[in-house]
Design a protein around this ligand. Structure first.
Ligand code: GDP
Ligand code: MN
Length: 396
């Protein structure tokens, strides 16, 4: 689950990570009130207005602006709230901004030496360890730093069983070229950040920039946070952080009915049982020259009702030109699944407007093939995987 910057910063602050202070606002009045409140709380007279969307690169797209008076807070908020913000990370049409974060200006006026760093915490799946990735080149997009100057990106690998060791936090501060008070502040910052990552059950923290002010404070200015969905049950308070308007509506609907669906870019809809078989099916579609339109794991029960729900979800995507059903009948018998498909198809009638290719393998596979072939419906059957892929190719 991805979070907005303002939600991420609240989590960071609750773990003692020093963050730029801010208040979220839904309209111009709230924005001005927030700015006045921040002036009271922090003494700041300048504010940054930051569009809250689930995409980075907002600064480049005009979604982050500095206001030097309450009048400017008003005019800039008016421009940003409701705008269609296009950044390198949004879809081409951009994303509509419905909230802004009003934040204290932490780049002191006339500050000659603010320094921006990049810090992220993530899971390195290959080594099975957590990783702090950091760079002296903050503020810009890390992909281009990785491409042009990979030597400026450092990593610390952390064994989750042992946790962050204090020498590792010192390594970070040292490699970022810090000394004196700023060094100590960075050690504190990294320690609190890692605790927050573990405590919140996150799968990604990306703080870009982490700012060193001229008086050597270390502050999180941005926060891109992804929480691990599998751990959400441990954090009832996090469920309310989900912003459904930022998510694919079909994925939201699928989650509600307990189906595991991920939208993709291709034109072959997939309905599969088991995540492993689903991955293999997507590979096979690719190899045969097509591209999967989705990942969909229907799980163990593939009765008519569930198959119909799955078909309806897949068909919401207008790109879908064919559907490949690939089910292994182990516990569930193939003929029962085949009957489910036939029943769902009959029930849906004209709603099914693309060819359906069914590959059933396992218990009673031959009976199920006959069941489908005799149904008189526009369903093509196969038992072998490659054969199914070939039929998909011909059907497109
Ligand atoms: P992103 O573009 O979506 O990554 O959004 P960021 O939160 O990283 O903000 C973009 C840029 O705005 C930062 O790299 C800073 O240079 C600038 N910025 C953010 N906060 C402040 C601030 O308090 N004062 C000033 N002057 N600039 C800021
Ligand atoms: Mn940023």
């Amino acid at each position: 689950m991805n979070l907005h910057e303002y939600q991420g910063k609240e989590i960071l602050a609750s773990f003692g990570v020093a963050t730029q202070k801010g208040i979220v606002a839904l309209n111009i009045d709230e924005a001005v009130a927030a700015a006045a409140q921040l002036t009271k709380d922090t003494g700041t007279s300048w504010h940054v207005i930051k569009a809250q969307i689930h995409a980075g690169g907002r600064g480049k797209g005009g979604g982050v602006k500095l206001a030097k008076s309450l009048e400017e807070v008003k005019t800039i908020s008016r421009d940003i709230i409701g705008m269609q913000l296009i950044t390198p990370q949004t879809p081409p049409e951009g994303k509509k901004v419905s909230k802004v974060l009003i934040a204290e200006d932490v780049y002191y006026p006339g500050d000659s030496e603010p320094k921006e760093f990049y810090v992220s915490v993530l899971l390195n799946r290959a080594s099975g360890k957590n990783m702090i990735m950091y760079s002296t080149e903050g503020g810009m997009d890390i992909e281009s730093v990785a491409e042009k100057t990979p030597e400026l990106i450092f990593t610390e690998e952390i064994d989750p069983g042992h946790g962050l060791q204090s020498f590792q936090a010192r390594n970070v501060a040292f490699n970022l070229g810090l000394s004196g008070f700023a060094f100590k502040e960075m050690v504190k910052f990294i320690t609190a950040l890692y605790n927050a990552y573990i405590g919140a059950d996150a799968s990604l923290f990306e703080i870009n920039p982490v700012l060193k002010t001229s008086d050597d404070k270390i502050i999180a200015v941005d926060a891109k946070i992804t929480l691990d969905d599998n751990a959400l049950f441990r954090h009832k308070d996090h469920e309310g952080l989900r912003d459904l308007t930022e998510e694919n509506p079909t994925e939201v609907e699928a989650r509600e009915v307990g189906l595991n669906y991920v939208a993709l870019e291709g034109n072959v809809g997939c309905m599969v049982n088991g995540a492993g078989l689903a991955m293999a099916t997507m590979d096979l579609i690719k190899q045969s020259g097509g591209a999967p339109a989705n990942f969909l794991d229907v799980g163990g029960t593939a009765d008519a009702a569930r198959v119909e729900t799955a078909f309806r979800l897949i068909l919401k995507d207008p790109k879908v030109a064919a559907i490949l059903v690939n089910i292994f009948g182990g516990i569930v018998r193939c003929d029962r699944v085949a009957q489910g498909i036939v029943d769902a198809y009959k029930n849906m009638g004209d709603a099914i407007n693309v060819p359906i290719i069914v590959r059933l393998q396992g218990t009673n596979a031959d009976i199920s093939k006959k069941l489908i072939d005799d149904s008189g419906l526009n369903v093509l059957s196969a038992i072998a995987f490659e054969e199914a892929a070939q039929i998909v190719k011909e059907a497109l």
